[in-house]
Design a protein around this ligand. Structure first.
Ligand SMILES: NC(=O)c1ccc[n+]([C@@H]2O[C@H](COP(=O)([O-])OP(=O)(O)OC[C@H]3O[C@@H](n4cnc5c(N)ncnc54)[C@H](O)[C@@H]3O)[C@@H](O)[C@H]2O)c1
Length: 252
């Protein structure tokens, strides 16, 4: 149980960046609700609990709105507080490791990407805000993408639209709640080695890596450190911002 700990929700916590973010926030002393549709998230929580972290798993399919609302009601009843929200879950459909062409994108895929990458973060913000306002403190961190900042060869139009949408949505909520002790920021990652980015042939993946000025892909722990700062007390003057973390592939 959360007790006096801050309650944090991390979505997409079963894999990749979400695992590192969950571990980091637990390390920072939060009670972390690790949300994913994949029940591998139970193992993530079990490992954390073993090492002294405070965490629980929530199996939720973010493409189903009713499941999200049901989850937030349970959270409210069980913890009565919600201090930190990290909208990290995302999907990026690809074709042989490359972007799905706009002309052949199935409409069902467009709707699925919008649902998971944009509508679900909106619902979670909507549901978290009243609890944050109540306590005069809140930290929302939305994981966007370099595809919200510039052209990216592996990203389809649907993915880019949702990531740019997250940036716009974050700015509006940041402005709406700036006087409530709530900050809302985006992180725009470049290439990190996770199951999402590792699809495609060895040659293709090597060619992508070769374009990164610092000469390597990102470590999930590096991104988790940025989340930790944006979710903590010291970032109260930072809101409505977008943080690039990409090894120099886009310098805005
Ligand atoms: N890895 C990168 O290089 C990179 C670059 C830019 C942006 N990002 C963004 O970072 C975030 C994390 O990416 P990652 O690389 O860790 O991806 P990943 O594929 O390794 O993990 C994504 C997680 O989200 C979960 N998820 C997907 N659909 C879901 C749904 N409907 N309901 C609940 N959970 C669902 C998956 O089960 C998985 O655990 C994503 O938003 C992604 O767009 C990643």
């Amino acid at each position: 149980m959360s007790g006096e700990r801050r309650v944090a929700v991390v979505t997409g916590a079963a894999s990749g960046l979400g695992v590192a973010i969950t571990a980091r926030l637990a390390d920072d002393g939060a009670h972390v609700i690790a949300l994913d549709r994949d029940d591998a998230v139970n193992d993530v929580v079990a490992r954390l609990s073993k090492s002294g972290g405070s965490a629980e798993a929530a199996i939720v399919d973010l493409s189903v709105e009713d499941e999200i609302f049901a989850f937030t009601e349970v959270l409210k009843a069980r913890h009565g507080r919600w201090d930190i929200l990290v909208n990290n879950a995302g999907i990026l459909p690809k074709l042989d490791g490359k972007a799905v062409p706009t002309e052949t994108t199935p409409m069902s895929q467009w709707h699925q990407v919008i649902a998971v990458n944009l509508t679900a973060p909106f619902i979670l913000c909507r549901q978290a805000l009243p609890l944050m306002v109540e306590r005069g403190f809140g930290r929302i961190v939305n994981i966007a993408s370099r595809a919200a900042r510039t052209y990216v060869v592996t990203s389809g139009a649907h993915y880019g639209a949702t990531k740019a949408g997250l940036v716009g949505m974050s700015r509006m909520i940041a402005g709406e709640h700036a006087k409530d002790g709530i900050t809302v920021n985006c992180i725009a990652p470049g290439r990190f080695e996770t199951p999402m980015s590792e699809r495609g042939s060895t040659e293709w993946l090597a060619s992508l890596k070769a374009t990164i000025p610092v000469g390597r892909t990102g470590h999930p722990e590096e991104l988790a450190a940025m989340v930790s700062y944006l979710a903590g007390d010291e970032s109260g003057f930072v809101t409505g911002a977008v943080f690039d973390i990409n090894g120099g592939t886009f310098m805005g």
